[in-house]
Design a protein around this ligand. Structure first.
Ligand SMILES: *[C@@H]1O[C@H](CO)[C@@H](O)[C@H](O)[C@H]1NC(C)=O
Ligand SMILES: *[C@@H]1O[C@H](CO)[C@@H](O)[C@H](O)[C@H]1NC(C)=O
Length: 120
């Protein structure tokens, strides 16, 4: 019973978001960003110490989905340790950061940003 309510609730919440896909494809030097079905463009990435943070152009999104990566098994890229999504402090924007050896790897991440749907 409790599980059923949880599923019903989850389905309801999911319906309140508009999910948009972002693909960030990186080498050590540069990252390209694919926004939905548009052709890729250079991602806006900033470096600080060992970190490279790239704007995912998900301004105003409330949350992100599970991140998938390619290659799937990539020893140098481990979520929370050498990469993750985060809000850019003090803004409505989201960035994907990579650090350490992951920042030096060729890797592609796919995420979905959840934009709240407003009903009128
Ligand atoms: C790129 O990102 C930096 C840091 O988040 C930001 O200050 C700058 O305005 C961005 N540039 C563009 C063109 O979006
Ligand atoms: C990463 O990609 C670049 C550009 O495609 C390529 O020149 C380089 O050899 C690749 N590095 C590795 C470690 O696969």
């Amino acid at each position: 019973m409790r599980l059923f309510i949880l599923i019903a609730l989850t389905a309801k919440v999911a319906a309140l978001f508009d999910w948009e896909r972002r693909i960030l494809s990186c080498t050590q030097e540069v990252c390209f960003l694919y926004v939905n079905e548009e052709p890729p463009h250079l991602a806006n990435c900033t470096r600080s110490d060992e970190r490279v943070s790239c704007d995912m152009e998900c301004d105003g999104a409330e949350r992100d989905s599970v991140i998938s990566k390619n290659p799937t098994i990539h020893r140098k890229c481990t979520r929370f340790y050498t990469y993750n999504m985060e809000r850019i402090r003090g803004t409505e924007r989201w960035a994907l950061w990579r650090s350490s050896f992951c920042a030096k790897s060729n890797i592609t991440f796919t995420v979905h940003c959840a934009f709240p749907v407003h009903f009128h």
